[in-house]
Write a protein that binds this ligand. Structure first.
Ligand code: GDP
Length: 492
């Protein structure tokens, strides 16, 4: 049966046991108008899936019943939002595994009623797309991480190696389009997207040979999807520099070469094994060797793996090696407050080097970004104006990171909430629906689609519809950046 669903009524599902939680999902599927609260009760942990289920109502067409207020106003996600069957399964598994402790937590005010100003990463394991913050010690990595992620877990301190374990945090993706849509639809809540950063301890010369806990830190970099390389571009005699002077070119080279050396070591070890693997006809061994034979000479010549022209087959063959210099990089030139608007001579050096490798460079001022991240509204606008910038360096950095990860945003908008959702470039409408809940993907029928510009021009959905700007898109539709969507799906 095909159905169009809107608001949600309260389901009768009990939240007593994790087993019941699973049962509730089944009920939710058979009675989809109960999906919102059924699934939210099911996920006792404040997982992103729960949030999605709680907050998905405006994504659905029609209105069956008034919606109860969402319990968790916003949850920064430790993933970038690619819900999948596996993700739901992982969430359910996580709930089953740690059901009772999470139930206790669910009653803990610390896990409920969060506000946008206090993002927290929830404790549900899922595969996340994330970005590692790297650089020499004392260049401002932890200060920047704190500002980005709006929390004080990464201790910023004036001595090398104060950061030993990687810290993970979620940074809000500021999106003026979302604010505009919320204003037009008079949405009660704005729910932005979040992306994950990992604060990785400082690397020093010789890290690839184990200096300064280098191997551990390089291992941490291996597990991230891309890299923000923080470069010190401020003078301050009170802040120790590991090489006693500020020199962005030398600093960038130091880090880059350590990454190159680490990749060379790894490739040489792989190649030493690969002959045997090829003799044993191990799957993918020949393809891997072919790719590594292209990459190694480039590394020896001081180039990075991502500069090598590789076929799709090559890329696939070396993907498991997670080569450090294959990861896309954004340079964050960390300047003094007064240089945030215009930059300085150090920033020019960073820009030049970034352009040579085809990477992005963004100016940040970690020290004042930390202060900026605590401000909202007029206070923030005044401070930005006094700095001579329109948005903070962190906001720009997050937006650039988002692009670098190959992510796209679409919106769901309604009186309850204006919500940004993250998908990958090229995702089709059912996959986009699956970000909200996997049932939306499985039972996907069609998506009512309005381009952001059309929505803003016509101000309401009704007016956009009257102007012929609401398209009905099917399962082969590739969701475009900033589409405003309503999904119709079929319950089983
Ligand atoms: P990390 O080792 O790279 O993580 O560096 P931290 O973030 O711990 O910063 C090291 C020191 O530099 C701290 O005392 C920070 O307050 C200081 N610092 C960070 N960013 C700036 C900046 O933009 N200007 C100035 N003057 N100091 C900064």
């Amino acid at each position: 049966m095909q159905m169009m669903f809107g608001g949600a009524s309260s389901s009768g599902c009990s939240r007593k046991t994790a087993g019941v939680a699973v049962a509730c999902i089944v009920v939710a599927v058979s009675q989809p108008w109960q999906l919102q609260s059924s699934v939210s009760d099911a996920f006792l942990a404040p997982s992103s899936q729960q949030t999605r289920a709680n907050l998905a109502s405006d994504a659905l067409v029609g209105a069956i019943a008034p919606q109860p207020a969402a319990k968790y106003e916003q949850q920064p996600r430790s993933s970038t939002g690619f819900a999948s069957v596996a993700a739901v399964a992982a969430s359910v598994a996580a709930v089953l595994a740690v059901g009772s402790s999470l139930r206790q937590r669910s009653n803990n005010p610390a896990f409920g009623n969060r506000t946008v100003a206090q993002p927290r990463v929830v404790a549900v394991s899922r595969k996340a797309l994330n970005t590692g913050i790297v650089g020499l010690p004392n260049v401002g990595k932890s200060t920047l991480f704190n500002a980005l992620c709006d929390k004080g877990v990464a201790e910023a301190a004036n001595y090398p190696f104060c950061t030993i374990d990687p810290n993970t945090g979620a940074a809000k993706v500021t999106d003026k389009r979302l604010e505009k849509l919320a204003e037009l639809a008079s949405s009660k809540k704005i729910i932005p997207e979040f992306i994950e950063y990992v604060d990785i301890a400082g690397l020093v010369k010789g890290a690839s040979k184990g200096e300064g806990l280098g191997n551990k830190f390089l291992g941490n970099i291996r597990s991230v999807n891309n890299i923000v390389h923080v470069v010190r571009c401020f003078d301050d005699d009170d802040i120790i520099h590991v090489s006693d002077s500020v020199d962005p070119e030398r600093d960038i080279e130091t880090i880059t070469f350590e990454l190159i050396f680490a990749d060379m070591d790894q490739i040489e070890k792989r190649l030493a094994k690969s002959e045997k693997d090829i003799r044993n006809k191990k799957d993918g061994a020949q393809e891997e060797k072919n790719a590594l034979d292209k990459i190694l000479p480039a590394l020896v010549a001081g180039k990075q793996a991502r500069s090598v022209e590789l076929t799709d087959e090559d890329k696939e063959a070396v993907r498991p090696l997670m080569l450090l210099t294959m990861k896309p990089v954004i340079f964050a030139a960390n300047v003094a407050e007064e240089d945030l608007a215009e930059g300085n001579a150090y920033v020019e050096v960073v820009r030049k080097l970034a352009a040579e490798t085809g990477d992005k460079a963004v100016i940040v001022s970690a020290a004042c970004e930390a202060e900026l991240s605590t401000l909202e509204g007029e206070d923030k606008a005044e401070y930005l104006e006094s700095l001579g910038v329109e948005e903070s360096g962190c906001e720009t950095l997050v937006q650039e990171t988002y692009k670098l990860l190959g992510l796209r945003t679409y919106f769901t908008v309604g009186p309850q909430e204006a919500h940004a959702w993250t998908i990958k470039d090229g995702d089709l409408a059912p996959q986009a629906a699956g970000v909200i809940h996997t049932d939306f993907e499985k039972g996907f029928i069609k998506a009512e689609t309005i381009a952001y510009e059309d929505y803003v021009e016509h101000k309401t959905e009704e007016a956009a519809k009257a102007a012929g700007k609401v398209r009905i898109e099917g399962k082969n539709y590739e969701v475009q950046e900033a589409d405003v969507l309503h999904f119709m799906f079929q319950g089983k």
